[in-house]
Design a protein. Structure first.
Length: 572
């Protein structure tokens, strides 16, 4: 409406009005109070006359469908205070329903809307009854409130969505009908229900693809219309406190979601792509740090040896494996096992994935020159008993970690190699001195994560002849000193057929497979003599009873914990 008077003019005009015969109101009666006393039809009639007197538009919002996007422009508390509510947007103009132009705070609200959204504001007079009915639309908005850096999400809302999301097909249908403000909470609810570790929202040429990483594997779960993409990205950025106007460079943000029984830390990453920004959200549950050492999947001689080693007061325990193989979870489980009031435990991480009670955790920041090496030097001045270093990746950190292990500290860390025996050549490549590494290193373990077999739909499986032959060769190489011997009659396996509990995958949850060797005298002599080839170390470790990753995986498949295909996918 181009002829809409300014809010200042409306206030003056409303206060100086002397037309009680046209409005039905006494001159000295407040507008809202008198309208409340008459019936609904009369309210609308009087309000319509009043709108004409003030040169305003008139509308009844009784039963009017106001979108959640419009309501987001004005918080419910502000709407109640100013007796104003946005109900429509068109051609750069926001339509705002108001009960009384003289309401305190209304003038400031209009100015803020024009500044924030860079749009004009058209004022429409509405009755008190109309306003009260319009307020009910706020009940449909997902209840998210921010408290410092934490989002307190209504558990009722999450539970309601999770009840409706029976499978990914239902999720896809819900997202296609959802408003932009609901998309985030629906995706998050589905991710929590399915125990997804990562949520990928990717822009394509014709559609938006939503993918979940479940137990380490990505699955397409839904698609969204391409035209919604800018609003969805802006919504995620707003919640993650990222800059909305920056779209050409990557950004990293964080959202902490408070749930009744858990706290979820969401790491948000945006990346510019050919069709728009890609968004990846990693979900880190605080309950994930509570895994017990006994639940990792270690067993037999490997379990007993490692349990003995973590009780020592000095030396290094190293876990190896690719990204996503569960190394950090293993270290946290070890810390949970040995954490006590008598021990000072300090960690140096990048980033801190889970909070641990009774543990001092420090996060490195390369932008401020706070590196693993510098952080480790500082930690050692804090009189620790146990130190966890997120990763050993350079010569300086290697040297300091070895010195710490030799001077009365138990050091836990990770290093990137494909096998346990490959850790020692890697240390040497990082300029570790063999005569210091040998006495400093206590134990090395390599690990992978395999998906668990779904107990609800597991059925006997007949392996293909070539697969069965390969399995026989693997179990035939298990050393007698390990305590495991498998006869041909025991080679019976299972496979999941897919059910509702496992979302039709036949697999649900994950467990570790491991190979662990202890630095006994024979291996120490090899290292000190400079014989540090991976093959030599592997040969001696197997002779002392080490079970390899493949062998441990097949043994777990024989026990019905996982499948042969899953073991070969991860460890072959």
């Amino acid at each position: 409406m181009n002829n809409t008077p300014s809010i200042e003019d409306l206030i003056k005009q409303s206060r100086s009005s002397t037309q009680p015969q046209s409005s039905g109101l006494a001159q000295d009666d407040p507008l809202g109070e008198k309208i409340k006393e008459i019936d609904i039809k009369e309210q609308e009639r009087v309000t319509k006359r009043r709108a004409a007197d003030l040169n305003l538009g008139f509308i009844s919002l009784r039963g009017y469908p106001i979108s959640p996007e419009m309501l987001k422009m004005v918080p419910e508390m502000t709407a109640r205070k100013t007796r104003a509510i946005p109900f429509y947007e068109s051609n750069g103009q926001v339509r705002l329903g108001i009960v009384d132009p003289t309401t305190p705070g209304l003038e400031e609200l209009v100015a803020e809307l024009m500044k924030r959204y860079r749009q004009g504001v058209d004022l429409y007079l509405i009755s008190e009854d109309s306003f009260e009915h319009a307020l009910k639309n706020y009940d449909r908005i997902v209840k998210i409130k921010r408290s410092t850096d934490t989002l307190d999400i209504s558990t009722e809302e999450v539970a309601r969505y999770q009840t409706q999301i029976r499978d990914f097909k239902a999720l896809d249908a819900m997202l296609k009908e959802a408003s932009v403000t609901e998309v985030f909470i629906i995706i998050l609810s589905a991710a929590i229900k399915s125990s997804a570790s990562d949520v990928h929202i990717e822009a394509g040429e014709n559609k938006i693809k939503v993918r979940f990483r479940l137990d380490g594997v990505l699955f397409d779960v839904a698609t969204l219309p391409q035209d919604q993409w800018p609003k969805i990205v802006s919504r995620v950025k707003l919640i993650a406190k990222l800059k909305l106007n920056i779209t050409t460079v990557p950004q990293d943000g964080r959202i902490t979601v408070a749930m009744p029984e858990d706290k979820i830390d969401i790491r948000v990453s945006t990346l510019p792509t050919a069709y728009g920004e890609s968004v990846v959200m990693r979900l880190l549950r605080s309950s994930g740090a509570g895994m017990a050492f006994d639940d990792l999947g270690l067993r037999g001689a490997a379990y007993e040896r490692l349990k003995s080693e973590i009780k020592r007061t000095n030396g290094m325990i190293i876990t190896t494996g690719p990204t996503g193989s569960g190394k950090t979870t293993t270290l946290y489980a070890i810390l949970n096992q040995i954490n006590s009031p008598e021990a000072k435990i300090i960690t140096l991480e990048d980033p801190i994935e889970y909070k641990l009670d009774g543990v001092s955790q420090s996060q490195i920041d390369a932008s401020k020159d706070y590196t693993f090496a510098k952080g480790l030097r500082a930690i050692l001045r804090q009189d620790p008993d146990i130190v966890m270093v997120g990763e050993i990746r350079d010569s300086e950190t290697t040297e300091i970690a070895i010195q710490a292990a030799l001077t009365g500290h138990l050091v836990l860390s990770t290093i990137h190699t494909n096998s346990a025996s490959g850790a020692i050549p890697r240390f040497i490549a990082l300029n570790a001195k063999p005569f210091l590494l040998a006495p400093a290193l206590n134990a090395v373990m390599a690990q992978r994560l395999v998906r668990r077999l779904c107990d609800n739909c597991a059925q006997p499986e007949t392996l293909a002849p070539e697969t069965l032959e390969k399995v026989k060769q693997i179990v035939g190489g298990i050393p007698a000193s390990s305590g495991y011997q498998v006869s041909p009659e025991q080679l019976q396996f299972k496979k999941g057929t897919g059910c509702e509990q496992c979302s039709g995958l036949g697999l649900k949850g994950r467990i570790g497979i491991y190979e662990v060797f202890i630095m006994d005298d024979e291996i120490k002599l090899l290292v000190q003599d400079g014989k540090v080839s991976e093959t030599e170390i592997q040969k001696v470790a197997v002779a002392q009873g080490m079970i390899t990753l493949l062998q441990d995986g097949i043994l777990k498949a024989l026990d019905g914990i996982t499948t042969v295909d899953e073991v070969f996918r991860v460890a072959a």
